[in-house]
Design a protein around this ligand. Structure first.
Ligand code: SF4
Length: 226
């Protein structure tokens, strides 16, 4: 099994960009249109939490760890988990200075509402796979918490979801090592893309981004497959 070196690690948060649009991921993570900002933000979170005396809270049979850095040499990825709950469980692992066994459960906070696609679930599954490699344990489930609905959605890390994470990361490493930005296919998704003003003029030649989207929407009218 091949293992990546630390210099080759990609950002875990890229999974959600990649599943939304491969070109968007490449613009952010290969061409660095946003990557520095993301790294800075993640770095600041880490810095703040490292000095936070509430880094580990105990709520009954749950230990709560915030801003936990995670990585996987097998997947070649690193990132930060918003929250990892260690729940007391016979299926868990021993923790230093704690009695009993504790099962890690990643919890990712999102501002909006649950998405139709798997972007958030893939990112959470990537976190779980990092935790499994680092802690040598099984992480069967996690939660997505949505700020607008104030609800937790349970995510089970199925073999299919794990395979998708592996395949996507292998594809991302392929693009990254070649420095290749996929062309992408403009679609309705471009409306929701924060890089559309940067991307579409290059992709569409002389047509303005707005005109291109309007044209595509007309073409795609009645078609759900975008
Ligand atoms: S504008 Fe469209 S094609 Fe370009 S990066 Fe965004 S989603 Fe992808």
């Amino acid at each position: 099994m091949s293992r990546y070196s630390e210099e080759e690690f990609l950002m875990l948060s890229g999974l959600q960009h990649f599943s939304f649009c491969r070109r968007q991921w490449a613009l952010i993570h290969i061409e660095q249109q946003w990557a520095d900002n993301l790294r800075t933000v993640e770095g600041e979170i880490l810095h703040d939490r490292a000095h936070d005396s509430r880094f580990i809270e105990k709520r009954g049979d749950v230990l709560v760890t915030r801003a936990l850095p995670v990585h996987s040499a097998e997947l070649g990825v690193s990132g930060v988990c918003d929250i990892v709950e260690f729940q007391r469980s016979p299926c868990g692992i021993p923790l230093q200075n704690r009695e009993g066994l504790w099962l890690p459960v990643p919890v990712e906070y999102k501002r909006g509402t649950p998405k139709q696609d798997d972007a958030d679930r893939l990112q959470l599954c990537g976190q779980a796979m990092c935790l499994e490699e680092m802690l040598a344990c099984e992480v069967p489930d996690g939660f997505l918490y949505y700020g607008e609905t104030h609800r937790r959605e349970k995510v089970t890390f199925t073999q299919a979801l794990r395979e998708q994470v592996r395949e996507m990361l292998a594809e991302m490493h392929g693009y990254y090592s070649r420095g290749y930005t996929p062309k992408g296919k403009p679609s309705k998704s471009c409306n929701a893309c924060s890089l559309k003003e940067l991307c579409l003029p290059k992709l569409c030649g002389k047509l303005s981004a707005r005109a291109y989207i309007a044209a595509r929407l007309q073409e795609d009218a009645g078609c759900e497959n975008y």
